[in-house]
Design a protein around this ligand. Sequence first.
Ligand code: LRH
Ligand code: MN
Ligand code: MN
Length: 430
Amino acid sequence: MAEFKIAQHLIAEENAKRAAALEADYDALGASLGRRGIDIDAITTKVAAFFVAVPSWGVGTGGTRFARFPGTGEPRGIFDKLDDCAVIHQLTQATPTVSLHIPWDKADAGELRAKGDALGLSFDAMNSNTFSDAPGQKRSYKYGSLSHTDAATRQQAIEHNLECIEIGKALGSKALTVWIGDGSNFPGQSNFTKAFERYLAAMAEIYKGLPDDWRLFSEHKMYEPAFYSTIVQDWGTNYLIAQTLGPKAQCLVDLGHHAPNTNIEMIVARLIQFGKLGGFHFNDSKYGDDDLDAGAIEPYRLFLVFNELVDAEYRGVKGFHPAHMIDQSHNVTDPIESLINSANEIRRAYAQALIVDREALAGHQNDNDALMATETLKRAYRTDVEPILAEARRRAGGAIDPVTAYRASGYRKKVSAERPASVAGGGGIV
Ligand code: LRH
Ligand code: MN
Ligand code: MN
């Protein structure tokens, strides 16, 4: 039985205040969905079985390139971070896994696993870091890592990734995500072709070290930290990587890593069609890699992404099991609250996509009835599915209103007394 960070009776008391209203809202929504031929309980069951991983690096206040304004009770290290992740899962019942970033989260693997077990958490994809230099590191990544011109630096980056796989094996993880910042800041600085050849050769070495039941995710990002060219800049390059490396290699789509207005849902559809959608880093963005809360800026886009995922599920695409992970940075909110909301927004998009009338949609598409086709999507999107989300949480032992329950628990105040104040400072990294 998991160790609870928030007293279960407090969640029960908070839920009791809202139980009657939820029941009425759930019944009303059930009746209205019933008239559309949808069984609300079937949707609730699916939503309750949908999970998303929390990033260990998301529970501390992130900061920007300019400054970091820490909150109180900031986690001191990975074990505090896991405690915070457990709170998010306890309240939402949507986030039973955590994605670790090495070397930020480096600790004894046995202790990490024991802590995860005690909290009822397990570990999703491991993330390597060759985009910054770790203290004491022999060779610098200032001019690149897996694509560096210097073979010894590339080797160091390869070995770091292999070490991440080893740590992940001890933790029960089944995937490694590789995102590198390699690129150039000036035209002429780097030979595009040679640099990509070096990158592919280095990734092939990492791929060789991958256990059979693991996947290797490469993550594309248009720019930053390199501002002229980036090696893995878009999904096209990413697809080439996955295709070149082999069947265990797939593409990871971080929603914030595209140019504004990019049709991300279509990228998702293409990757699904060719068996190369590995997973997601969910977040939202207005301008670039903003790492804002999922659904905070463009909730309709999030829904359209889920529409593609549910379409694939509906079509029974073979071997389709993308990894769902959040990748956010929080500057002005309590990270626990933001992550709670994001997990809910992601489930909301899933629930809305589940209630799309897919037969009607296919009919309108065949008839070239653009208006009714788009209206079919909108009808699902306009439906307030909150009672489904709340009921899924309640049934699993979570909170009907998780942010309110979190505030009522006084968790932040409690950890603020235990954890020393974190120092404000210069820029963060993401
Ligand atoms: C890069 C990125 C990548 C990193 C994380 C910290 O912008 O999205 O996923 O691992 O941020
Ligand atoms: Mn990311
Ligand atoms: Mn990012």
